[in-house]
Design a protein around this ligand. Structure first.
Ligand code: FAD
Length: 423
């Protein structure tokens, strides 16, 4: 009599990953409670790139039109050398690209995407609870429990922890720590009327410089403009505790063309984001408790895939719950969830590990400062288009990334074969 008749889940964390997971589980017939520590749901007011592997899912979930109505579908991804200004690669991401991957490459305001997901989750019947900080998750004879810092318990068949880079639940499964990259991001998303140095209003532009890069793109139907500056902090290299401050910003771009230096005026100066990742973790599941999104696989942002991978997690998890949990009787339900979560781990881990490791190498290739290395990098970028860049992007944006573990990589070093992934 204590068995619930509908499957139940508690999701910890109301970021993009947690809200997407809650929505998908709810759409598959699960009764979902989502708990978030912040007093209100929200996201940083900056931009987010969403590649076709993510927009294809938004389409399947019935949300792409709403996202598109507030987003921008850029014409090209453009890479330029930040020191010479030379254009290295202009990849058309409409036409053949969008057709090949079955969905568009878009850039959206984070808060817009997040609001659309929260509204959809609420509309589907997810119970959203704010002001709840989870201390740990436990397996129970009947399912799993999230225990809050003030001693409350949220019980369900399963607990999905989407509690981000510094996940409390991950700490129960692994003693690893976030790894500082020594690089820091400054961001700025401004109304277009306040932007002094906007260029290429139809493209995503990435300027590659020595130990730094700069990304620019329009947001919100072109009403806003987003700038992200990422550079290596000398204070971090000196071993100082405080690093990546505003003082280091201008200096980091001193060798770049005026167009790049002027673009720094479009950044917010009040806050910066030191960049961390972790090494891939093979096991993200303990019985009826699983990690999702950055809690499971935080990555450096160079492939612009962290949120995209969290959406993939949510999609795969929802599919496995439909396959294993929904047909199960009440008495078999706990085991059915455990099976779904194990398969989720097996399917997702090889792919997200590959994205994590590739993102690191991809970032390094952007930040070269030795003249020979820069020359070779530039030659590779310039050659990529003539060769057709699809071989470099198929593994990431292609159709089969979701349901099968990634294919073994045919080089002795698993990341080098994908240096140009994302071009
Ligand atoms: P988070 O967004 O970190 O959400 C975790 C949530 O859990 C938060 O709301 C937090 O308050 C809550 N929480 C934490 N602990 C607890 C607790 N104990 N109890 C209750 N609640 C808790 N990705 C892309 O796909 N495209 C991009 O272009 C892109 N650009 C990026 C640029 C930068 C500069 C950075 C830093 C990242 C970028 N990413 C990008 C990555 C992306 O932002 C993240 O991967 C994604 O937001 C992770 O979502 P999440 O829901 O897993 O985690």
């Amino acid at each position: 009599p204590t068995q619930p008749t509908a499957p139940t889940a508690v999701v910890i964390g109301g970021g993009i990953g947690g809200v997407a997971a809650a929505l998908r589980l709810r759409q598959q017939g699960t009764k979902v409670t989502l708990v978030e520590q912040a007093p209100e749901f929200g996201e940083v007011g900056a931009g987010l790139q969403l590649a076709p592997n993510a927009t294809r899912l938004l389409a399947e979930w019935g949300l792409l039109d709403r996202v598109l109505s507030v987003a921008v579908a850029p014409k090209n991804l453009v890479f330029r050398d930040a020191v010479t200004g030379r254009e290295l690669l202009r990849k058309d991401v409409q036409g053949e690209f969008a057709e090949r991957y079955g969905a568009p490459y878009i850039v959206a305001h984070r808060a817009d995407l997040h609001t659309i997901l929260v509204d959809a989750a609420r509309g589907a019947g997810v119970e959203l609870v704010n002001g709840v900080t989870v201390a740990r998750a436990e397996n129970l004879p009947t399912g799993a429990r999230a225990v809050t810092t003030d001693g409350r318990a949220f019980d369900a068949d399963a607990v999905i922890a989407a509690d981000g880079l510094r996940s409390a639940v991950r700490a129960q499964m692994s003693d690893d720590e976030p790894i500082p990259s020594g690089y820091v991001a400054f961001r700025g998303a401004l109304p277009i009327s306040d932007v002094k140095h906007a260029s290429d209003m139809e493209d995503v532009v990435v300027w590659l410089g020595p130990r730094c890069h700069l990304v620019q793109y329009p947001l919100r139907r072109g009403e806003m403009f987003n700038t992200v500056a990422v550079f290596q902090s000398p204070a971090f290299l000196r071993g100082e505790e405080v690093w990546g401050t505003e003082d280091e910003l201008e200096e980091a771009y001193k060798d770049c063309v005026p167009e790049v230096r002027k673009a720094l005026e479009n950044l917010w100066r009040v806050r910066s984001w030191p960049m961390f990742d972790r090494l891939p973790l093979a096991n993200w599941v303990d019985g009826n408790v699983a990690l999702l999104g950055d809690a499971a696989h935080p990555m450096l942002q160079y492939l612009a895939q962290g949120a995209c991978q969290a959406l993939e997690d949510a999609h795969v998890l929802g599919g496995l719950v439909r396959e294993h949990v929904l047909p199960a009787d009440d008495g078999e339900r706990r085991e059915a969830w455990a099976l779904a979560l194990r398969e989720y781990n097996e399917i997702r881990e090889p792919r997200t590990s590959r994205v994590q490791t590739t993102a690191r190498v991809w970032g390094e290739s952007w930040h070269m400062d030795e003249p020979v290395a820069v020359l070779i990098r530039n030659m590779l970028f310039e050659a990529a288009d003539a060769r057709g860049a699809f071989p470099y992007t198929d593994w990431l944006y292609g159709q089969d990334g979701l349901n099968h573990p990634a294919q073994p990589v045919a080089t002795s070093h698993p990341t080098h074969g994908h240096l140009l992934a994302g071009v």
